[in-house]
Write a protein that binds this ligand. Structure first.
Ligand code: ADP
Ligand code: ZN
Length: 742
C-alpha cells in the first residue's frame, strides 16, 4: 500500500511513501504521519492512498502514524485540491494554509529512559550523571539534560547509553488533544429571550430554505433582503431547523469581519449557547486549534467566523451562510488569493449542502447567477419595523456656498438636520470612507505634493498625532509646514478624512457627544466594545466613521445618516467603482430609521446625477443592477467574462519591468498560437499598477479576460507549464477573480 503525503514547509509537491504492513489498518486520508525526508524525520499528512504505484522508483516507508482519527476527510481534500487548481496555488500549501498550523509544528526530539535496570559497573561517571538527571521524569529534551548535567559534549555519552539500552531517542509530535484543557468554552454567553415571529416575507424565504435543507444535497440560495429586513432571523431559523432535524449536522456562518459585528455574535451565541464556536481573525493559533478540536469532538455545532473558517476541515457541514456576500473582505489578498464566498459554494457542492448568500446589495455576479437559475433567489423587500425605507436626499455640493472659495465640509441642510437630532435626542451617523485629517499635503508655492518614501502615494495628515502617515505601508513622518522641496512655509492640507469631520463637528456643535470609529481609533483594544456600551447608554450623539460603521449596526435610535463625500469610491480605477459606491451608500443609509422613528439620509456629492448615487437614493437595487449590467456587457467585464490579474512586483525597477514584458510576451504567444485561446482570451497590459510603488516594490500588472472560467483556467495552466525563469527578486502572482486593481 502507498500513500501520498504533503509536508509542511516550502515544498510545492507531494511525495509517495509505502505503508509497512503493520500500519496498513491504521492508514487513512487526513491522518498525520512521520516520514523520512532529506535525511530527517518530518510530519506529513496523508492526502490519498493507493494499492499500486504506476512508476517504479525508490519508495521509502513511513515511520509511524500520529493520529487515531483523521484531521480532515476526502471531501476536505477535494476542496483543497479545487482551491489549488482554481487559484493556482500549490496543493500542499493550500492544505497547511487551511489546517491550524499548530498540528503541523515540528517534531521535537526527546530522550526517554527505558525500563532497563542499572548496572553501575558498566557505566561511566558521565553516564550516571545523565541517568540521575531524569529523577522522576521519564522523558527529557537534550537541552534539559545539558542544563541539568552541565556536561559539555553530551552527544557521545547519549549514544553510548542508547546502545547499551538505557535510553532511547523518541520524536514527539504536537499533540492536539492536549490543547483541550483549560479555557472556557465560549467568550460570552448571552441570555436570549424574545425570538420574533417571522413576517410573511421571512416565512416564505424560510420555507424555501427548509426545502433546500431537506434535500441533503447542494442547494444554493441568494437571500436579497433590504437593510433591516430581518435576514439574520432567517439565517438563525434555518440553522435551528437543521440542528433539530439532523442530530449530527453542523452549520457554518461566515461574516465579513467579527470585530464589526458584535451584535450579530451576541444574537447567535444567545440563540445557540454553548454549541457556538466563534472564530475571530485575531485569535491565536492555539485558541483556534482548541476550538477546532472541540468541533471535531462533536460538542460544537454552529461555527461563526471570518473567511478562513470556510477552509477549516469540519465534518458533517450541512449549511453554510455567507452574510453580506458582496463584501470584499471575503477575498484574501496574500498567499492563497481565494474568495471565501466562492469557496463556500464549492464546499457546498462537494459536501452536498445548503448555501445561503445574503445581502441587501448583492454583488452583480451573484445576482446574475441567481437570474441564470444557478441560485434560488429569495426576497425580503420590506423592513421588519416599517414598510418604508429611510428618505434620502441628495445635496449637490457644487451649489453649496463657497466661503473663502472653499466648499464647506458639511452642507447647510445636513447641519440643520444634525441640529434637529441634537434637539430631540435622536442619534446621527456621519460616514466618510477615509481616515485621517486630510489626504494631501500640498505646497502653495511650488505645488509639490508630499509622497511616501516607499510608495507612490501621497501622505495623509493625522492631526491627533501631528504626523504624516502612509496608508499603504504605515510609514510616518512628523508634520511641518515647511515644504520639503522649496523650503517655504507654505504647506496646506487638502482633502477630507474622518478626523477632520470630527474637528469640524467640535467647532460647530461644541456640546454634542462625538465618537469616531476608523482603523486609527479601533487600533486601541476595546474601542468597539466601548462604543457599543456608550451608544447603548445613549452617551453618543454623533458617530463618525469609515466603512467600518456601514454594516451590522442595528440601533433603533439612529434616525439620521449623513454621507459626507459619496464620490470617494467613484474615483478609484476599478470597473466595480459604481457597484462599490452603490453598496456603500445603501449599506450606510440602511443604519437609519431601524426603529419606530423614520430615518433620513443626506447624501453629499459632486456628481448628483451619477446613476449609482441616484439608485442608492431611491433604494432601487434592481434598477442599479440593470444599468450596471449593460455597462459590464459593453465592456466585457464580469459577469460577462472572467478575470485573472497577474501581478508582477520587485525591488529592482528595471528587472520588474522586464519580467512584466516577458510574461506578457509569453502569454500573447500562447494565445496567438492556439486558435482556441485566440477567440476566448483578451490580454491587457503589461501596465504599471495605479499605485506603482508600495513598500519600495515596483508593481506591474497584466489583466486577462477570459470568455469563461474554463478557457481562462486552461490558458493559465498552459502559461504556468511553460513559464520560464523570471529575473531574480521579482515575484509573479496570479490573482483569479481579482477584486483589487490598485
Ligand atoms: P438585516 O440584517 O436584514 O439588516 P436584521 O436581521 O439586523 O436585518 O434585523 C433587523 C432587526 O429586526 C433586528 O433587531 C431583528 O431582531 C429584528 N427582527 C427580525 N425579524 C423580525 C420580526 N419578524 N419581527 C420583529 N423584529 C424582527
Ligand atoms: Zn508608504
Amino acid at each position: 500500500m502507498f500513500a501520498r503525503i504533503v509536508f509542511n514547509f516550502s515544498l510545492d509537491h507531494s511525495f509517495f511513501y509505502s505503508i509497512p504492513a503493520h500500519l496498513e489498518n491504521q492508514v487513512a486520508v487526513g491522518k498525520r504521519v512521520v516520514a523520512p525526508l532529506n535525511g530527517t524525520l518530518k510530519i506529513g499528512l496523508i492526502v490519498s492512498t493507493q494499492d499500486v504505484l504506476e512508476k517504479s522508483y525508490e519508495i521509502k516507508p513511513i515511520e509511524s502514524i500520529l493520529d487515531e482519527n483523521p484531521l480532515c476527510r476526502e471531501n476536505d481534500i477535494k476542496l483543497y485540491s479545487w482551491l489549488a487548481s482554481y487559484y493556482k496555488y500549490p496543493f500542499p500549501r493550500v492544505i497547511w494554509h487551511s489546517l491550524p498550523n499548530k498540528i503541523a509544528k515540528r517534531l521535537t526530539k526527546k530522550v526517554k529512559l527505558t525500563e532497563k535496570t542499572r548496572d553501575d559497573n558498566l557505566l561511566k561517571k558521565q553516564h550516571r550523571i545523565i541517568l540521575n538527571a531524569f529523577s522522576s521524569k521519564k522523558i527529557l529534551s537534550e537541552k534539559t539534560i545539558e542544563k541539568k548535567t552541565k556536561i559539555d559534549k553530551l552527544f557521545p555519552y547519549l549514544q553510548e547509553l542508547e546502545s547499551m539500552g538505557f535510553i532511547e531517542t523518541i520524536f514527539q509530535a504536537p499533540f492536539i488533544e492536549s490543547s483541550l484543557d483549560g479555557n472556557p468554552l465560549l467568550d460570552h454567553t448571552y441570555p436570549f429571550s424574545n425570538i420574533p415571529r417571522l413576517n410573511s416575507h421571512q416565512e416564505r424565504a424560510y420555507a424555501e430554505l427548509q426545502r433546500g435543507i431537506d434535500t441533503h444535497s447542494f442547494s444554493p440560495f441568494l437571500l436579497h433582503g433590504v437593510t433591516g429586513s430581518g435576514k439574520t432571523e432567517v439565517y438563525l431559523r434555518s440553522i435551528e431547523y437543521l440542528l433539530k432535524h439532523n442530530s449530527k449536522a453542523r452549520a457554518i456562518m461566515l461574516v465579513p469581519e467579527i470585530a464589526l459585528t458584535p451584535q450579530l455574535i451576541e444574537i447567535v451565541t444567545g440563540r445557540f449557547g454553548p454549541q457556538v464556536a466563534v472564530f475571530h481573525s485575531k485569535m491565536t493559533e492555539d485558541e483556534k486549534c482548541e476550538r477546532w478540536v472541540k468541533i471535531l469532538l462533536g460538542t460544537m455545532r454552529v461555527m461563526i467566523g471570518v473567511r478562513s473558517l470556510v477552509l477549516l476541515p469540519i465534518p458533517e457541514v450541512q449549511l453554510i451562510v455567507v452574510d453580506e456576500e458582496h463584501e470584499t473582505t471575503y477575498k484574501q489578498d496574500s498567499l492563497l488569493l481565494y474568495n471565501a464566498r466562492d469557496t463556500a459554494l464549492m464546499k457546498g457542492k462537494i459536501f452536498g449542502c445548503t448555501v445561503i448568500l445574503g445581502s441587501a446589495t448583492p454583488s452583480i455576479e451573484s445576482y446574475f447567477n441567481a437570474h441564470l437559475g444557478k441560485y434560488v433567489l429569495l426576497h425580503l423587500p420590506e423592513r421588519v419595523t416599517q414598510a418604508l425605507p429611510p428618505k434620502a436626499e441628495i445635496i449637490d455640493m457644487k451649489d453649496e456656498d463657497k466661503a473663502f472659495g472653499e466648499t464647506p465640509i458639511i452642507s447647510e441642510k445636513l447641519e440643520d438636520e444634525i441640529r434637529k437630532n441634537l434637539d430631540t435626542g435622536e442619534k446621527t451617523i456621519l460616514f466618510l470612507n477615509r481616515r485621517g485629517f486630510s489626504s494631501l499635503i500640498l505646497c502653495n508655492k511650488c505645488g509639490s505634493i508630499k509622497t511616501c518614501k516607499f510608495c507612490s502615494v501621497s501622505l495623509s495628515y493625522h492631526q491627533g498625532i501631528n504626523t504624516l502617515l502612509c496608508h499603504y505601508c504605515g510609514y510616518t513622518e512628523e508634520f511641518t509646514d515647511k515644504c520639503y522641496h522649496c523650503g517655504k512655509h507654505a504647506v496646506t492640507k487638502i482633502g477630507l478624512g474622518t478626523e477632520r469631520i470630527h474637528h469640524e463637528l467640535e467647532q460647530k456643535f461644541p456640546d454634542a457627544k462625538l465618537f469616531r470609529m476608523d482603523s486609527d481609533t479601533t487600533k486601541k483594544k476595546g474601542t468597539t466594545e466601548r462604543f457599543h456600551e456608550l451608544f447603548k447608554k445613549g452617551e453618543i450623539d454623533i458617530l463618525i466613521g469609515t466603512q467600518m460603521i456601514a454594516k451590522g449596526l442595528d440601533f433603533p435610535e439612529v434616525t439620521l445618516v449623513g454621507i459626507i463625500y459619496a464620490d470617494l469610491t467613484l474615483t478609484i480605477p476599478d470597473f466595480r467603482a459604481c457597484e462599490r459606491t452603490f453598496q456603500l451608500i445603501t449599506q450606510v443609509a440602511g443604519r437609519a430609521g431601524r426603529g419606530e422613528q423614520k430615518g433620513r439620509v443626506i447624501i453629499q456629492t459632486f456628481n448628483p446625477s451619477q446613476y449609482s448615487i441616484i439608485k442608492a437614493q431611491t433604494h432601487d437595487y434592481v434598477a442599479f443592477y440593470e444599468q450596471e449590467l449593460t455597462y459590464r456587457k459593453e465592456l466585457d467585464y464580469p459577469p460577462y467574462s472572467r478575470l485573472a490579474n497577474i501581478r508582477i512586483s520587485g525591488v529592482n525597477e528595471r528587472y520588474t519591468k522586464t519580467a512584466a514584458y516577458q510574461a506578457a510576451h509569453a502569454l500573447s504567444t500562447i494565445r496567438d498560437t492556439n486558435p482556441h485561446f485566440a477567440e476566448k482570451i483578451i490580454l491587457l497590459g503589461p501596465a504599471m499598477c495605479p499605485i506603482y510603488k508600495i513598500n519600495d516594490k515596483y508593481r506591474w500588472s497584466i489583466l486577462i479576460k477570459g470568455k469563461n472560467a474554463q478557457s481562462l483556467d486552461l490558458y493559465l495552466d498552459k502559461y504556468l507549464e511553460n513559464q520560464k525563469d523570471k529575473p531574480p527578486q521579482v515575484s509573479l502572482k496570479i490573482d483569479i477573480d481579482p477584486l483589487n486593481f490598485l
